[in-house]
Ligand binder design. Structure first.
Ligand SMILES: Cc1cc2nc3c(=O)[nH]c(=O)nc-3n(C[C@H](O)[C@H](O)[C@H](O)COP(=O)(O)OP(=O)(O)OC[C@H]3O[C@@H](n4cnc5c(N)ncnc54)[C@H](O)[C@@H]3O)c2cc1C
Length: 318
């Protein structure tokens, strides 16, 4: 029996009555008691009390209006590739756009350089479309396993580029159900972050690319994927880079120089191939991963005086 099983109903944030009401209001699926390890690439984390899967914009609008009316907090789940969910799971209502919101299309006619994508479209699909359309600019994102929404919120990327570089505008649903269009120039993107008003949900975005040669774009994508295979441990569950790079120094280099590669707590291990990746060897818990993160942070601070900040979003209950 885990900590969730012994929670009584009154200790949950959302009541059975509210779940029933939510089922009446929302067209999409609603699942309860879902193990978050099945929704995250790191494969750790306790259960989410409720996950709502709205089917379209009206449905997600109804969902958040209901939750706001009931004063229930919510969390937006993308593909779960930058998330560390604690072992106690999630009491706030989780909203997943995975049952819709995957449409991608080139906007306008032959000469257009614009691609439209809904929030749950995988970045990999967007890259594939950009190659098919002979549009260059998204190659840097090859191998990033997130969605358009998660990618924008994280301003995903690396040394070759970030999503903000190719973003023209985003359509955003706010906490009270209003929809607005935000241009890149009016958005607060920074290193691995986009500042959004609390409760905002990205519904879709338009990206502006540049005309290019299809086979050259495809070759660049393949080269980046090849490099990832060489340098990153992609065979075991992980969440990509665990820490942000402080002041332009790669966190992986600091972790390597602190002699931490291969270090293990429970089922979690610092990758031998890339110091900034923590791997789940199969039976890791979130507290194993968090314990390892603390060891890394403390050691790197002792050695260098630099404080590593998590890149991965840590959510849920102890
Ligand atoms: C093997 C591997 C390699 C990786 N390589 C890279 C890399 O090179 N560069 C890089 O930047 N990242 C990398 N990552 C991390 C991760 O893939 C990115 O951060 C990605 O953008 C996260 O997208 P996601 O859909 O999985 O979002 P999630 O992890 O599900 O969520 C991330 C954040 O976005 C929010 N969010 C998600 N969708 C929405 C939405 N529609 N509206 C509002 N908020 C939303 C969530 O609430 C959360 O705060 C890697 C991860 C793995 C596992």
């Amino acid at each position: 029996m885990n900590s969730f099983d012994i929670l009584k109903d009154e200790e949950k944030l959302i009541s059975e009555k509210q779940i029933k009401e939510l089922r009446r209001v929302v067209k999409g699926n609603i699942l309860t008691n879902q193990p978050m390890r099945e929704y995250t690439s790191l494969r750790v984390g306790g259960p989410a009390d409720v996950i709502v899967f709205p089917e379209d914009t009206d449905d997600v609008t109804r969902t958040i209006k209901f939750l706001n009316g009931e004063r229930l907090p919510y969390f937006i789940l993308g593909n779960g590739t930058n998330l560390l969910v604690r072992d106690g799971g999630i009491r706030t209502v989780v909203i997943s756009l995975s049952d819709g919101f995957r449409h991608i299309v080139k906007v306008g006619g032959g000469q257009s350089e614009l691609l439209f994508a809904e929030a749950f479209a995988p970045l990999v699909s967007l890259i594939r479309l950009s190659i098919d359309c002979g549009l260059s600019g998204l190659e840097f994102a090859a191998g990033i396993p997130g969605t358009v929404g998660g990618g924008l919120v994280m301003n995903a990327g690396g040394s070759l580029g970030e999503l903000k570089d190719v973003t023209l505008l985003m359509t955003i649903l706010n906490r009270t159900g209003g929809i607005s269009v935000k241009r890149r120039e009016d958005s607060d993107f920074s290193y691995r972050n986009l500042r959004l008003a609390s409760g905002s949900i990205i519904l879709s975005a338009i990206f502006r690319l540049k005309p290019g040669n299809k086979s050259h774009i495809s070759e660049r994508v393949q080269a980046i994927l090849g490099r990832r295979k060489e340098t990153q441990p992609l065979d075991l569950p992980n969440a990509g880079s665990i820490f942000k790079n402080p002041k332009g120094v790669p966190a992986g280099k600091l972790i390597d120089e602190a002699g931490l590669k291969g270090m293990r707590i429970g089922g979690a291990k610092v990758s031998e191939r890339h110091g900034n990746f923590i791997l789940n060897l199969g039976n890791a818990t979130a507290s194993d991963v968090l314990g390892l993160m603390k060891e890394i942070r403390d050691s790197v601070y002792r050695e260098t005086g630099l404080v590593l900040e998590p890149e991965v979003k840590i959510i849920g209950e102890e």
